[in-house]
Design a protein around this ligand. Structure first.
Ligand SMILES: [Zn+2]
Length: 123
């Protein structure tokens, strides 16, 4: 990957990070102690039975959403770090170069295809 391509990717990641943080802020609060960690806000609609049921449903949904958004955010933070350190595009497991075609489809990929297939880490 050329320097320009990396720069472009970094900017794309920043945009996506902003976007994810905005979505996260709606359902969760940032944990000031841990970077990239969020805690789901508990909705408070009221004390009626149906309101409590709605709170529980929304809370379940928010937990699932928060997990997904947080995973994505952490992938982006990790990828940005790698671009800065100059290790972007290397497999985290075997250090081989990750195929450019794979990075094109999945810029935050941390493993090469063979490690991703055989690895314990889901990617
Ligand atoms: Zn590998």
């Amino acid at each position: 990957m050329t320097k320009d391509e990396l720069q472009k990717l970094y900017e794309d990641l920043e945009l996506e990070e902003k976007n994810l943080r905005k979505q996260l802020a709606e359902i969760a609060e940032q944990n000031p102690a841990i970077r990239g960690d969020y805690q789901v806000k508990v909705p408070e609609y009221g004390e009626h039975e149906d309101e409590n049921a709605m709170e529980a449903t929304d809370l379940d949904r928010n937990f699932a959403m928060e997990r997904e958004l947080e995973n994505k955010l952490n992938e982006i933070l990790k990828t940005k770090e790698k671009i800065k350190k100059g290790t972007y595009g290397k497999c985290e497991s075997c250090s081989a170069e990750i195929a450019p075609a794979r990075l094109k489809v999945r810029p935050v990929a941390a493993l090469c295809i063979s490690c991703a297939k055989s690895g314990s880490k889901s990617n």
